[in-house]
Design a protein around this ligand. Structure first.
Ligand SMILES: *Cc1c(COP(=O)(O)O)cnc(C)c1O
Length: 358
Protein backbone atom coordinates (compact mmCIF):
# COMPACT_ATOMS: atom_id res chain seq x y z
CA UNK A 1 0.00 0.00 0.00
CA UNK A 2 1.38 3.36 -0.80
CA UNK A 3 0.18 6.67 0.56
CA UNK A 4 0.72 10.27 -0.38
CA UNK A 5 2.64 11.73 2.55
CA UNK A 6 1.87 15.18 3.92
CA UNK A 7 3.57 14.44 7.24
CA UNK A 8 6.60 16.56 8.17
CA UNK A 9 8.98 13.74 7.47
CA UNK A 10 9.53 11.46 5.80
CA UNK A 11 7.97 13.44 2.98
CA UNK A 12 6.67 12.25 -0.36
CA UNK A 13 9.45 10.97 -2.66
CA UNK A 14 9.01 11.50 -6.40
CA UNK A 15 9.19 8.70 -8.96
CA UNK A 16 12.13 10.53 -10.49
CA UNK A 17 14.08 10.36 -7.21
CA UNK A 18 13.22 6.69 -6.71
CA UNK A 19 14.29 5.94 -10.26
CA UNK A 20 17.61 7.74 -9.79
CA UNK A 21 18.21 5.56 -6.75
CA UNK A 22 18.08 2.39 -8.84
CA UNK A 23 21.34 3.31 -10.61
CA UNK A 24 23.72 0.37 -10.00
CA UNK A 25 26.26 1.07 -7.27
CA UNK A 26 30.04 1.13 -7.70
CA UNK A 27 32.91 0.96 -5.25
CA UNK A 28 33.20 3.85 -2.85
CA UNK A 29 36.92 4.18 -3.58
CA UNK A 30 36.43 4.27 -7.37
CA UNK A 31 36.84 7.21 -9.75
CA UNK A 32 33.13 7.02 -10.50
CA UNK A 33 32.38 7.54 -6.83
CA UNK A 34 34.70 10.53 -6.57
CA UNK A 35 32.93 12.05 -9.58
CA UNK A 36 29.54 11.47 -7.95
CA UNK A 37 30.69 12.93 -4.61
CA UNK A 38 32.24 15.98 -6.22
CA UNK A 39 29.22 16.61 -8.44
CA UNK A 40 26.99 16.85 -5.37
CA UNK A 41 29.19 19.34 -3.46
CA UNK A 42 28.35 22.64 -5.18
CA UNK A 43 24.58 22.19 -4.76
CA UNK A 44 24.66 21.20 -1.11
CA UNK A 45 27.13 23.99 -0.30
CA UNK A 46 24.94 26.56 -2.02
CA UNK A 47 21.86 25.42 -0.06
CA UNK A 48 23.80 25.87 3.20
CA UNK A 49 25.21 29.22 2.02
CA UNK A 50 28.77 28.08 2.65
CA UNK A 51 32.13 27.66 1.00
CA UNK A 52 33.15 25.13 3.67
CA UNK A 53 32.94 21.46 2.71
CA UNK A 54 29.64 19.65 3.24
CA UNK A 55 30.21 16.14 4.55
CA UNK A 56 27.83 13.34 3.70
CA UNK A 57 27.02 10.99 6.57
CA UNK A 58 25.17 7.72 6.23
CA UNK A 59 22.91 8.20 9.21
CA UNK A 60 19.76 10.04 10.01
CA UNK A 61 20.20 13.57 11.37
CA UNK A 62 20.56 12.38 14.95
CA UNK A 63 23.85 10.75 14.02
CA UNK A 64 25.51 14.06 13.27
CA UNK A 65 23.53 15.86 16.00
CA UNK A 66 25.04 13.51 18.58
CA UNK A 67 28.37 13.42 16.76
CA UNK A 68 28.64 17.21 16.82
CA UNK A 69 28.34 17.27 20.60
CA UNK A 70 31.21 14.81 20.76
CA UNK A 71 33.31 16.95 18.39
CA UNK A 72 32.87 20.39 19.91
CA UNK A 73 31.63 20.34 23.52
CA UNK A 74 34.62 20.61 25.80
CA UNK A 75 33.38 22.70 28.72
CA UNK A 76 29.58 22.89 28.73
CA UNK A 77 26.82 23.02 26.14
CA UNK A 78 23.76 25.26 26.30
CA UNK A 79 20.77 23.53 24.70
CA UNK A 80 18.16 25.97 23.39
CA UNK A 81 14.87 24.14 23.79
CA UNK A 82 11.40 24.88 22.46
CA UNK A 83 9.97 21.58 21.24
CA UNK A 84 10.51 17.84 20.94
CA UNK A 85 13.70 17.83 18.84
CA UNK A 86 15.47 20.70 20.59
CA UNK A 87 14.45 19.31 24.02
CA UNK A 88 15.84 15.91 23.12
CA UNK A 89 19.22 17.41 22.23
CA UNK A 90 19.66 18.26 25.92
CA UNK A 91 18.95 14.65 26.83
CA UNK A 92 21.38 13.42 24.18
CA UNK A 93 24.06 15.83 25.48
CA UNK A 94 23.85 14.23 28.90
CA UNK A 95 23.84 10.72 27.43
CA UNK A 96 27.11 11.63 25.71
CA UNK A 97 28.50 12.47 29.13
CA UNK A 98 28.61 16.21 28.42
CA UNK A 99 27.99 18.97 30.93
CA UNK A 100 24.76 20.52 29.68
CA UNK A 101 22.32 23.27 30.63
CA UNK A 102 18.75 23.50 29.39
CA UNK A 103 17.36 26.87 28.34
CA UNK A 104 13.70 25.98 27.97
CA UNK A 105 11.08 28.01 26.16
CA UNK A 106 7.43 27.09 26.09
CA UNK A 107 6.42 24.82 23.21
CA UNK A 108 5.05 27.04 20.45
CA UNK A 109 7.32 29.92 21.45
CA UNK A 110 10.64 30.71 19.77
CA UNK A 111 14.03 31.06 21.45
CA UNK A 112 14.45 34.51 23.00
CA UNK A 113 17.84 36.01 22.02
CA UNK A 114 17.99 38.21 25.15
CA UNK A 115 17.61 35.24 27.49
CA UNK A 116 20.26 33.46 25.46
CA UNK A 117 22.67 36.39 25.91
CA UNK A 118 22.11 36.37 29.67
CA UNK A 119 23.06 32.68 29.83
CA UNK A 120 26.14 33.08 27.66
CA UNK A 121 27.34 35.98 29.80
CA UNK A 122 28.00 33.48 32.60
CA UNK A 123 30.96 32.28 30.45
CA UNK A 124 30.17 28.71 31.39
CA UNK A 125 29.59 27.58 27.81
CA UNK A 126 31.67 26.69 24.81
CA UNK A 127 28.85 25.34 22.62
CA UNK A 128 25.17 26.01 21.87
CA UNK A 129 22.63 23.79 20.12
CA UNK A 130 19.78 25.34 18.18
CA UNK A 131 17.01 23.79 16.11
CA UNK A 132 16.26 26.36 13.41
CA UNK A 133 12.85 24.99 12.46
CA UNK A 134 11.28 23.13 15.41
CA UNK A 135 9.27 20.61 13.39
CA UNK A 136 7.22 19.43 16.38
CA UNK A 137 5.68 22.85 17.09
CA UNK A 138 5.96 24.51 13.66
CA UNK A 139 8.15 27.30 15.00
CA UNK A 140 10.91 28.84 12.91
CA UNK A 141 13.41 30.43 15.27
CA UNK A 142 14.85 33.88 14.44
CA UNK A 143 18.19 32.55 13.22
CA UNK A 144 19.81 35.88 12.42
CA UNK A 145 19.01 37.43 15.82
CA UNK A 146 20.16 34.30 17.65
CA UNK A 147 23.40 34.07 15.68
CA UNK A 148 24.12 37.74 16.36
CA UNK A 149 24.05 36.97 20.09
CA UNK A 150 26.11 33.78 19.84
CA UNK A 151 28.76 35.60 17.81
CA UNK A 152 29.30 38.04 20.68
CA UNK A 153 30.98 35.08 22.44
CA UNK A 154 33.96 33.88 20.38
CA UNK A 155 34.57 30.80 22.52
CA UNK A 156 31.10 29.44 21.80
CA UNK A 157 30.56 27.07 18.89
CA UNK A 158 27.07 27.11 17.37
CA UNK A 159 25.49 23.85 16.18
CA UNK A 160 22.40 24.49 14.10
CA UNK A 161 19.87 21.86 13.00
CA UNK A 162 18.16 22.81 9.73
CA UNK A 163 16.52 19.42 9.22
CA UNK A 164 13.10 20.77 8.19
CA UNK A 165 14.17 24.13 6.76
CA UNK A 166 17.15 23.28 4.52
CA UNK A 167 16.22 23.95 0.87
CA UNK A 168 12.80 25.32 1.89
CA UNK A 169 14.15 28.67 3.10
CA UNK A 170 17.58 30.24 2.53
CA UNK A 171 20.25 29.19 5.06
CA UNK A 172 23.21 31.58 5.14
CA UNK A 173 25.79 29.68 7.15
CA UNK A 174 28.80 31.82 6.28
CA UNK A 175 27.05 35.19 6.39
CA UNK A 176 25.42 34.43 9.74
CA UNK A 177 28.61 33.00 11.22
CA UNK A 178 27.18 29.55 11.97
CA UNK A 179 29.98 27.15 12.97
CA UNK A 180 28.23 23.81 12.44
CA UNK A 181 25.08 23.24 10.39
CA UNK A 182 23.35 19.96 9.60
CA UNK A 183 20.30 18.47 7.93
CA UNK A 184 18.75 15.17 6.85
CA UNK A 185 17.42 13.91 3.52
CA UNK A 186 13.85 12.90 4.40
CA UNK A 187 12.30 16.27 5.15
CA UNK A 188 12.49 19.33 2.89
CA UNK A 189 14.70 17.53 0.36
CA UNK A 190 11.96 14.93 -0.18
CA UNK A 191 14.31 11.98 -0.35
CA UNK A 192 14.10 8.75 1.63
CA UNK A 193 15.72 8.74 5.08
CA UNK A 194 19.32 7.63 5.44
CA UNK A 195 21.73 10.49 4.75
CA UNK A 196 22.61 13.57 6.71
CA UNK A 197 24.60 16.56 5.55
CA UNK A 198 27.02 18.39 7.82
CA UNK A 199 29.08 21.51 7.27
CA UNK A 200 31.71 22.59 9.76
CA UNK A 201 33.93 25.68 9.72
CA UNK A 202 37.64 25.88 10.59
CA UNK A 203 36.91 27.01 14.13
CA UNK A 204 34.82 23.89 14.83
CA UNK A 205 37.45 21.65 13.21
CA UNK A 206 40.06 23.20 15.46
CA UNK A 207 37.91 22.60 18.54
CA UNK A 208 37.46 18.97 17.51
CA UNK A 209 41.24 18.51 17.39
CA UNK A 210 41.37 19.26 21.10
CA UNK A 211 38.85 16.56 21.98
CA UNK A 212 40.17 13.03 22.28
CA UNK A 213 36.91 11.14 22.69
CA UNK A 214 35.08 12.05 19.51
CA UNK A 215 34.90 8.47 18.30
CA UNK A 216 35.25 7.39 14.69
CA UNK A 217 31.98 7.29 12.75
CA UNK A 218 31.10 10.97 13.20
CA UNK A 219 34.59 12.35 13.68
CA UNK A 220 34.84 15.70 11.85
CA UNK A 221 38.47 15.02 10.97
CA UNK A 222 37.67 11.65 9.40
CA UNK A 223 35.03 13.38 7.30
CA UNK A 224 37.41 16.17 6.40
CA UNK A 225 40.37 14.01 5.42
CA UNK A 226 38.15 11.87 3.20
CA UNK A 227 36.40 14.89 1.75
CA UNK A 228 39.75 16.07 0.41
CA UNK A 229 39.80 12.91 -1.72
CA UNK A 230 36.12 13.18 -2.75
CA UNK A 231 35.16 10.35 -0.44
CA UNK A 232 33.45 9.46 2.81
CA UNK A 233 35.16 7.72 5.77
CA UNK A 234 33.10 4.52 5.50
CA UNK A 235 30.87 2.99 2.81
CA UNK A 236 28.05 5.47 2.25
CA UNK A 237 24.48 4.99 1.10
CA UNK A 238 25.33 5.34 -2.59
CA UNK A 239 21.75 4.94 -3.92
CA UNK A 240 20.68 7.90 -1.78
CA UNK A 241 23.57 9.89 -3.16
CA UNK A 242 22.20 9.24 -6.66
CA UNK A 243 18.84 10.44 -5.37
CA UNK A 244 20.45 13.56 -3.92
CA UNK A 245 22.24 14.32 -7.18
CA UNK A 246 18.96 14.04 -9.06
CA UNK A 247 17.19 16.24 -6.50
CA UNK A 248 19.89 18.92 -6.75
CA UNK A 249 19.37 18.96 -10.52
CA UNK A 250 15.63 19.50 -9.92
CA UNK A 251 16.39 22.38 -7.53
CA UNK A 252 18.80 23.96 -10.00
CA UNK A 253 16.19 23.68 -12.75
CA UNK A 254 13.44 25.21 -10.63
CA UNK A 255 15.77 27.92 -9.34
CA UNK A 256 16.59 28.54 -5.67
CA UNK A 257 14.51 31.69 -5.33
CA UNK A 258 11.52 30.14 -7.02
CA UNK A 259 11.78 27.12 -4.76
CA UNK A 260 11.81 29.28 -1.62
CA UNK A 261 8.91 31.32 -2.98
CA UNK A 262 6.90 28.16 -3.77
CA UNK A 263 7.25 26.95 -0.20
CA UNK A 264 6.15 30.31 1.12
CA UNK A 265 3.07 30.40 -1.12
CA UNK A 266 2.03 26.84 -0.31
CA UNK A 267 2.51 27.49 3.39
CA UNK A 268 0.35 30.59 3.07
CA UNK A 269 -2.40 28.52 1.46
CA UNK A 270 -2.41 26.21 4.48
CA UNK A 271 -2.52 29.20 6.85
CA UNK A 272 -5.52 30.58 4.96
CA UNK A 273 -7.25 27.21 5.24
CA UNK A 274 -6.55 27.15 8.99
CA UNK A 275 -8.20 30.55 9.51
CA UNK A 276 -11.10 29.83 7.21
CA UNK A 277 -11.94 26.71 9.20
CA UNK A 278 -11.85 28.37 12.59
CA UNK A 279 -8.54 26.84 13.66
CA UNK A 280 -5.49 28.70 14.95
CA UNK A 281 -1.79 28.29 14.31
CA UNK A 282 0.03 26.69 17.24
CA UNK A 283 2.92 29.21 17.10
CA UNK A 284 2.61 32.97 16.73
CA UNK A 285 2.24 33.79 13.07
CA UNK A 286 5.44 35.83 13.13
CA UNK A 287 7.48 32.74 14.03
CA UNK A 288 5.55 30.16 12.00
CA UNK A 289 7.58 27.70 9.95
CA UNK A 290 7.38 27.98 6.17
CA UNK A 291 7.77 24.30 5.38
CA UNK A 292 4.99 22.94 7.56
CA UNK A 293 2.03 24.13 9.59
CA UNK A 294 1.32 23.09 13.16
CA UNK A 295 -2.39 23.68 13.73
CA UNK A 296 -3.88 24.12 17.19
CA UNK A 297 -6.90 21.87 17.66
CA UNK A 298 -8.94 24.66 19.25
CA UNK A 299 -12.11 23.20 17.70
CA UNK A 300 -11.38 19.99 19.60
CA UNK A 301 -12.16 17.72 16.68
CA UNK A 302 -11.34 14.02 16.76
CA UNK A 303 -7.91 14.07 15.16
CA UNK A 304 -7.36 10.30 14.91
CA UNK A 305 -10.69 10.14 13.07
CA UNK A 306 -9.64 12.98 10.75
CA UNK A 307 -6.47 11.14 9.90
CA UNK A 308 -8.29 7.84 9.45
CA UNK A 309 -10.86 9.25 7.02
CA UNK A 310 -8.24 11.11 5.00
CA UNK A 311 -6.24 7.94 4.67
CA UNK A 312 -9.14 5.64 3.86
CA UNK A 313 -10.81 7.92 1.33
CA UNK A 314 -7.89 9.65 -0.32
CA UNK A 315 -4.75 7.69 0.58
CA UNK A 316 -3.26 10.85 2.05
CA UNK A 317 -1.52 11.10 5.41
CA UNK A 318 -1.14 14.10 7.69
CA UNK A 319 0.30 14.05 11.22
CA UNK A 320 -1.69 14.01 14.44
CA UNK A 321 0.77 15.97 16.59
CA UNK A 322 4.13 15.10 18.10
CA UNK A 323 5.09 14.25 21.66
CA UNK A 324 3.16 16.02 24.39
CA UNK A 325 1.02 17.99 21.89
CA UNK A 326 -0.31 14.90 20.10
CA UNK A 327 -4.07 15.27 19.71
CA UNK A 328 -3.86 18.94 20.71
CA UNK A 329 -2.36 19.81 17.34
CA UNK A 330 -2.05 18.39 13.86
CA UNK A 331 0.60 19.09 11.27
CA UNK A 332 0.56 19.50 7.51
CA UNK A 333 3.78 19.53 5.52
CA UNK A 334 4.31 21.62 2.41
CA UNK A 335 7.92 20.51 2.02
CA UNK A 336 9.69 19.00 -0.92
CA UNK A 337 7.88 18.72 -4.22
CA UNK A 338 4.41 19.90 -3.19
CA UNK A 339 2.60 22.10 -5.70
CA UNK A 340 -0.44 24.36 -5.66
CA UNK A 341 -2.37 21.46 -7.08
CA UNK A 342 -1.36 18.88 -4.46
CA UNK A 343 -1.93 21.32 -1.59
CA UNK A 344 -5.28 22.57 -2.95
CA UNK A 345 -6.46 18.99 -3.37
CA UNK A 346 -5.44 18.06 0.16
CA UNK A 347 -7.06 21.15 1.67
CA UNK A 348 -10.37 20.52 -0.10
CA UNK A 349 -10.37 16.92 1.15
CA UNK A 350 -9.68 18.19 4.66
CA UNK A 351 -12.50 20.75 4.29
CA UNK A 352 -15.07 18.02 3.80
CA UNK A 353 -13.83 15.81 6.60
CA UNK A 354 -13.37 18.60 9.14
CA UNK A 355 -16.93 19.74 8.55
CA UNK A 356 -18.25 16.22 9.11
CA UNK A 357 -16.42 16.10 12.42
CA UNK A 358 -17.52 19.38 13.97
C1 LIG B 1 13.12 14.95 11.97
C2 LIG B 1 13.98 15.86 12.74
C3 LIG B 1 15.12 15.41 13.41
C4 LIG B 1 15.48 13.97 13.54
O1 LIG B 1 15.85 13.45 12.37
P1 LIG B 1 16.18 11.90 12.22
O2 LIG B 1 16.33 11.87 10.76
O3 LIG B 1 15.01 11.12 12.72
O4 LIG B 1 17.42 11.62 12.95
C5 LIG B 1 15.90 16.34 14.05
N1 LIG B 1 15.59 17.63 14.06
C6 LIG B 1 14.50 18.10 13.44
C7 LIG B 1 14.20 19.56 13.49
C8 LIG B 1 13.66 17.24 12.76
O5 LIG B 1 12.57 17.70 12.14
Amino acid sequence: MSYKLFIPGPTQVSDKSYKAMTTPVFGHRSKDFVALYNSIQPGIQKLFGTTDPVYISTSSAWGVMEGSLRNVVSKRVLNLMCGAFSDKWFNVSKRCGKEATALQFEWGQPVDPDKLRKELQTNEFDAVTLVHNETSTGVMNPLKEIMTVINEFPEVISIVDTVSSYSAVPIEKDDLGIDVVLTGTQKALALPPGLSLLSVNKKALKRAESLSDRGYYFDYHEFDANHEKGMTPSTPNIPLMFGLKSKLEDIETEGFERRFKRHECLNQKVHTWVEKNGFELFPDKEFAAKSLTCVKNNREIDIPELIKRLKERHNCVIDGGYGKIKGKTFRISNMGDETEETIDTLLSQLDTIVNELK
